[in-house]
Design a protein. Sequence first.
Length: 62
Amino acid sequence: MAEQTSCSCGEKHQGHLCVLKSKGLTEQVRHLSSAPTVSCFMCGAEANSADNVCEPVAIGKP
């Protein structure tokens, strides 16, 4: 299994899906992930914008 790495996002981390999910802010999460274009390499969360995940990776469309 891959070793968990820590996030190096600094203050920007507060707007990331992983933080919003941990705080139970489901409406914000739903809004920021309604049409995902990226996923987080660290946790797998999918978001509409790379600004809302720690390590964005483009989601490939078939």
